[in-house]
Ligand binder design. Structure first.
Ligand code: SAH
Ligand code: ZN
Ligand code: ZN
Ligand code: ZN
Ligand code: ZN
Length: 489
């Protein structure tokens, strides 16, 4: 599908969130999502179903009009095709294979780099012409290093946390007293927790459960440590086994507090993700109430969550989760040069933590240039100076912003007030009237549309920052499908 939304009449694709049921068609990635093309004039196009996980037709070309009649024969063919695309081994088989693998002598423990699989002795000869290597016990504990990161830019690029970020996340969670970490799309964090258990927290090991669509990870973990999961449609590929694993993990019966940490692909659709996380939170709430019914009246709280995403998604995330706040901490990645930590310019990572946990509980490291703002009651970037007029530390990107009295708000340092646009913008911006689409949206910072077409334009800045309780599961904003990481750097 063309998701660029660049042709003249189009403005973008929106997801129509519906409860998926038996009639929702499935692709190899589980129930599909319903999309709708929205044009500039507000007119809506014919709705269609497409893959929830893959944004590139090359990866999954599922397509069906909402009102299309599908013959029985085609349904059967589709089902057969979905079956064919299942992983070679079931997760149970993977676990058995891993056990057998571990029992091999060290020099026979081989990993095929071409096939990305651990090989059992009788399989080694089949891979003779491939690049195979012997793997040590310590390499087996670091699957995220052993496995080649998936690089497909559109849907499934894997950006792995640096040591700095992994350590910060883990130390912070431990300091807050969490004992169980639900790792959604965070294989490296999962791995770090398990390593930490070996080294640091032997007496009181942390528990970690990885939920990821990358089934290669099933080769390295037991069934209660990994579930094959699609976070865009909340689909567990092995729903029966996973449901039991998830329920056991989310229940805090033994007093062990749970926190979720998710790092979805950034091209990702905000609303479907928020919907999945809400469903996860609801499962958590139900479990806590079931085990301590005496508390159920007061226990309408949401599960503690951290959603890692670029800062320019802030309006959309807050619209879905009004109780969330964005932290200044810059998340960085090993395999993405533009997302590395640094003090200047483009090297600063735009990726942040969004969370419903009290911001003050995140102690951001002073030696990396963060300080505590007594008024905002949170740690901020040292250059993010408190503005007395706005009464916030306004910077989103780590640079020092300045207050524009005409706009009555703080703006990026590189912006100047433009008389003809009546707002601050880059000095060489094309004024609103020229309408070339290059400047992007002043309201939500997306480069895909102008403010006049912004899906968020009805939300005022104050409301965007405001905290409303209890509506975390309502997501009235339509999610656009054509935002990508590169667009904002
Ligand atoms: N920074 C993280 C990795 C983030 S990359 C870390 O270091 O641990 C995004 C992760 O989400 C990858 O592991 C990828 O496999 C996973 N992912 C991508 N699409 C997904 C989907 N639809 N459902 C679940 N996981 C997905
Ligand atoms: Zn698919
Ligand atoms: Zn091979
Ligand atoms: Zn200000
Ligand atoms: Zn201004």
């Amino acid at each position: 599908m063309d998701t660029s939304g660049k042709d003249d009449s189009s403005f973008g694709y929106e997801v129509v969130l519906t409860q998926s049921d038996k009639s929702t068609p499935c692709c190899p990635h589980g129930p599909t999502l319903l999309f709708e093309k929205v044009r500039k004039d507000g007119e809506r196009g014919r709705r269609f179903y497409a893959c929830s996980a893959c944004r590139d037709r090359k990866d999954c070309n599922f397509f069906q009009w909402e009102d299309e009649k599908i013959s029985e024969a085609r349904l059967l063919a589709r089902e057969a095709e979905n079956k064919l695309k299942r992983p070679l081994y079931s997760q149970q088989q993977c676990v058995a294979r891993f056990r057998q693998f571990l029992s091999q002598p060290t020099d026979e423990k081989k990993f095929c780099g071409d096939c990305q699989t651990l090989l059992l002795p009788d399989e080694i000869s089949e891979h003779a012409s491939h690049s195979c290597l012997s793997v040590s016990a310590s390499q087996l504990r670091r699957p995220s290093v052993l496995l080649r990161p998936l690089v497909d830019k559109k849907s499934n690029a894997q950006y792995l946390f640096t040591e700095r970020t992994s350590r910060f996340l883990l130390d912070t969670l431990v300091a807050m007293g969490y004992h169980k970490v639900l790792c959604v799309g965070t294989p490296r964090l999962h791995e770090f927790i398990k390593l930490g258990n070996l080294e640091t927290w032997k007496s009181k090991p942390l528990k970690s459960l990885l939920l990821d669509i990358d089934f290669r990870y099933a080769q390295f973990y037991s069934q209660d440590e990994f579930c094959h999961y699609n976070m865009f449609n909340h689909h567990f590929f092995d729903s029966e086994a996973s449901s039991a694993v998830l329920q056991a993990f989310l229940s805090e019966r033994n007093g062990e507090k749970v926190v979720m940490v998710a790092d979805p692909p950034f091209g990702g659709l905000v609303r479907p993700l928020a919907n999945s996380f809400s469903l996860m939170s609801r499962t958590w709430t139900t479990l806590q109430n079931a085990f301590s019914p005496e508390h159920s009246a007061e226990c309408n709280a949401d599960m503690p969550m951290i959603w890692i995403f670029p800062y320019f998604f802030e309006p959309r995330i807050l619209e879905c989760f009004p109780t969330f706040s964005m932290l200044d901490y810059q998340v960085d990645y090993d395999n993405h040069s533009l997302y590395k930590h640094g003090k200047t310019g483009r090297k600063q990572s735009p990726v942040r933590l969004f969370t419903n946990i009290t911001a003050a509980h995140f102690v951001l490291p002073q030696e990396e240039g963060y300080r505590f703002c007594d008024i905002c009651k949170r740690y901020v970037c040292s250059l993010n100076q408190h503005c007395a007029k706005c009464n916030v530390c306004p910077s989103k990107d780590g640079r020092q912003w300045r207050h524009c009295s005409l706009c009555e708000k703080c703006v990026k340092p590189s912006w100047q007030h433009c008389q003809s646009c009546g707002r601050c913008a880059l000095p060489d911006h094309l004024c609103d009237r020229s309408n070339t689409g290059k400047v992007g949206c002043f309201h939500c910072t997306s480069l895909d549309h102008k403010r006049s077409a912004c899906p968020l334009k009805h939300i005022s800045s104050s409301k965007r920052g405001g905290k409303k309780k209890g509506s975390a599961t309502r997501c009235p904003v339509k999610t656009k499908r054509n935002t990508n990481k590169a667009a904002v750097l």
